[in-house]
Design a binder for this molecule. Structure first.
Ligand code: 17E
Ligand code: FE2
Length: 415
């Protein structure tokens, strides 16, 4: 496959890029716009970017909003309750159908790498098993990581630890946790130590729903970061949400940040979800309920954005468009300076790839697997302003999706 007249991020020149056997084989700067009948795709000056990455979504719960009951208060806790009412109705077929439909939506929007949570507060583990099976089936098209997520507590749900171990033995990629939902502070702390121990025992990554509350006394992040540091797991560990940090005072945060930086853990914020679920116990002034994305980023830590929900008991909207999530995040976190726009796309690409520990699988460089998307705009700023469409998505040289606007010569299909 040969692509001509493509722009790359932060470069004003046009490029020709070639793919051979699913790998980038040639990348060359052009001196001017070219016409070349042998090219597979004429990018017409549009931006060719690394694919979007969805680092935090719940595919097992996707497309279940209102089943059997709607979340009327809009709180996280009512969401957990409504989901527990839906759980007895789960079957492998039900999950498979909704998860595949949601993955299609993500692919349509340029996402090729996905980390999904799967609720393991369920003696049948049907969600976890079905999502692991789907992960193995879609390999080569989408990279899926499955988190064993103990929605109702690792230590507070009956047999929580045994279910987690069963999930890890089945093949979950990532150990999850939810310390702010455990019955007591002590159990929350203990659960963080356990999560790290299990990750070491099974050689897995860690991604904890951590301090997803406006309660400024919810301080499990420091325990998680310390355990990540102490165990040496470091950047294999991720703290999702950490919304309580939006309510911590600056004196505590200045101390906390030193530990966070040293620990090298990653952060995921889900701006649409948190602006909706948090602040629900406030009247006015009303907190935004997001973690300190701007400050973590400026302090040199790795932060990225995820969607969290697609039409589920926690959030009844959601459309697969990460550029929408990013737009919310930039507004809510006050990341609207001209310089912020230069790195904004990293929050849904490079930074998320780092969080998922994708490493060598994610680069536009000769010799690396050829994954890319083509965006309907010539540079980062235009793409952000317009929330541009994804015109084409290619994974390992295979076309996952293309919009009518992109002409591909027949030759491509022979590559
Ligand atoms: N479960 C949870 O604990 N928090 C969330 N934001 C979602 C599910 C979506
Ligand atoms: Fe979540």
């Amino acid at each position: 496959m040969k692509i001509i007249n493509a722009r790359l991020r932060h470069r004003s020149e046009l490029f020709t890029l070639s793919i051979n056997q699913g790998v980038w084989s040639h990348i060359e700067q052009q001196s001017s716009y070219i016409h070349d009948a042998s090219a597979t795709v004429d990018a017409q000056g549009k931006l060719l970017s690394l694919p979007f990455v969805e680092p935090h979504i719940h595919l097992d719960a996707a497309l279940t909003a209102g089943e059997p009951n709607w979340n009327m208060s809009g709180t996280l806790f009512e969401g957990i309750q409504r989901w527990s009412e839906r759980k007895p109705m789960l079957s492998a077929e039900d999950i498979r159908q909704r998860a595949l439909k949601t993955l299609d939506l993500l692919v349509e929007n340029g996402i090729q790498f996905v980390r999904t949570h799967a609720d393991v507060s369920d003696p049948s583990l049907v969600g976890l098993k079905t999502l692991c099976d789907i992960r193995d089936e879609v390999k080569g098209k989408i990279t899926l990581q499955v988190v064993a997520f103990p929605q109702e507590g690792l230590l507070s749900f009956p047999n929580g630890v045994a279910l987690m171990e069963e999930a890890l033995e089945y093949g979950a990629d990532v150990v999850g946790g939810i310390p702010h939902f455990e019955f007591t502070r002590e159990l929350g702390e203990q659960s963080m130590k356990l999560v790290i121990e299990l990750a070491q025992k099974y050689n897995r990554l860690v991604d904890v729903h951590c301090d997803e509350t406006d309660d400024p006394n919810s301080r499990f992040l420091e325990v998680l970061a310390y355990e990540a540091l102490n165990s040496g797991l470091g950047s294999r560990v991720t703290a999702s949400h950490t919304t309580a940090m939006g309510s911590y005072d600056n004196a505590y945060c200045s101390r906390l940040f030193k530990l966070l930086k040293k620990s090298e853990i990653n952060f995921i914020s889900c701006p649409t979800e948190s602006i909706h679920l948090q602040g629900r116990f406030d009247s006015y002034p009303k907190r935004r309920g997001l973690t300190r994305v701007k400050e973590l980023n400026e302090a040199g830590m790795n932060v990225c954005f995820g969607q969290d929900s697609i039409n589920d008991p926690w959030y009844s909207l959601g459309n697969g468009k990460l550029l929408r999530t990013l737009d919310f995040g930039l507004h809510i976190c006050h990341m609207m300076g001209r310089n912020d726009f230069d790195t904004a796309l990293d929050l849904i690409t490079r930074n998320s790839a780092k969080t998922m520990n994708l490493r060598d699988d994610y680069a536009i460089e000769v010799g690396k697997p050829a994954h890319f998307i083509l965006l309907d705009g010539e540079d980062d700023y235009t793409v952000l302003r317009n929330q541009s469409d994804v015109l084409m998505s290619v994974h390992q040289g295979n076309v996952l999706m293309k919009k009518k606007a992109v002409e591909i010569t027949e030759k491509h299909f022979l590559v």
